[in-house]
Design a protein around this ligand. Sequence first.
Ligand SMILES: Cc1ncc(COP(=O)(O)O)c(C=O)c1O
Length: 384
Amino acid sequence: MSSKPEQFSQEVAGFMGGGRCFLLAKGRVGLYVGLRALQLPRGAKIVMPGYTCMVVPSAVQFAGLDPVYVDIDPVTYNLDPQQLETETRKDIAALIVQHTYGIPCQMAPLSQWAASRSIPVIEDCCHTFGSRYQGRLCGTFGSFAFMSGQWNKPFSTGLGGLLLVHDAEVADRSAHIIATEGHDPGWLKNAVLHAQIVTYRALVRPGSAMLLTSLYRLCNKYGLAIGSSSQGEMKGKMPARYLTTLSPCQVSQGLREMTRIDDHIRHRTRMVAFYQAELPRIGLTPLPSDVAQGLPLLRYPVRVANKQELLDLAARARVEIGSWFEVPLHPAGTQMEWFGYRQGMCPEAEAASREVINLPTHPKVHANAAERTLAFLRKFARPT
Ligand SMILES: Cc1ncc(COP(=O)(O)O)c(C=O)c1O
C-alpha cells in the first residue's frame, strides 16, 4: 500500500494526466527545485511576466539565475506574446509563463517562441488547477509546472506547493535535489500548521476574510504564525530551510481537497459566469467572453478607477475584495529593484496594479455573498 504522500502525488499527477509530482513547503520552492534540476548556466536569463508575486523572481535568483521581465496583455493579464517577440537577448535560458487568475496563457505562440530558441517552458500554475487552453489542462505544456497550496489558492493545503515534472531527466534530478538537500518540516511546524488549517476552516468566510488576513499577517510579523514570506525574502534574502517538504497534516489536507476538486472547479466556473453576466449591469467591464467563458478562475479581475478607496471601504464593510497584484512584483513594499525590476519596465503591469481588484470565486462564496459584493461595487466602484 502506498504512503499518504505517495498517494497525494499520484492523485495530482493522475488529475493532470501524467508527470511526476513532488510535495514541497511552497509553490516557489517547486520553481526553485525545477530550475536547479534544469542545470542552466549560472547567471542565465529567465523570462517571466512583470506582473507576479515577488517570490517568483526570488526563487529564480536563489537558483543562481537572473529574472527578465516582459509586459502583460492588458486584457488577459498574462505575458503578452507580442511583447515577447521584441525580446532579442541571446542568453535567455527559460521562459516562465503564468496563468494569472486562472486565465490560460496563449500557449501556442509562447511555446513556439520558446521552441524557436530551444529553451524550456515553465508553467506557473499557482493560480490554476483546472483551467484549460484549447482543451488541454494548464500545467501540462511545459518541462515542469509548479502550483501553490497557499490559503487562497485553487486548492489549499494551508501553505504548500507542488512541482509537477514532465521531463524524465528533470524529474530524476529534482528527486535527487529534494532527497539530498530537502528539510523535513518537523513535528512543531506540523502542529502549528495543523492549528492554522483548523482555524482557517472554522473561521474564514467572505465576511471575515479581510480582517482575518490582516490579523494573520500581524501574527506572522511577530513570529506567532507560519506565514507565506519572511521580511528578509522581500529583500532577496534566502530563508533558512527554504527547501522544505510538505508536512503530514498538509498532505492529509491535500488529499481531502482532491476529493472535492471537481466540485470546486464547477463552483468557480459558475461564479465566473455569474460575474460575467452581472458586472455589465452595474457599469463595470467584464472579461471578454472568449477569455473567461467556462473557466474556473481563481479570482475574477475587474478594473476600477478608485482601487485603494474601494479596498479601504470593502475592509470596513467586510466585503471580500482582493488586491493582487498591488505592484508588478507583489506585494506593495517589495524592494523591486532587488529583483531587477525598474519602474517603467512594464507599463501595462503597472497600470493593472493601480486598477485591478479581484473578486472571490472560492467554494465559500455563495449567492448571498456574491450579491452583497455586487451591491457594494454598484454603490462605490468607479469604472475606469
Ligand atoms: C503567480 C504566483 N506565483 C507563485 C506564487 C508563490 O506561491 P507560494 O506562496 O506557494 O510559494 C504566488 C503566490 O501567491 C503567485 O501569486
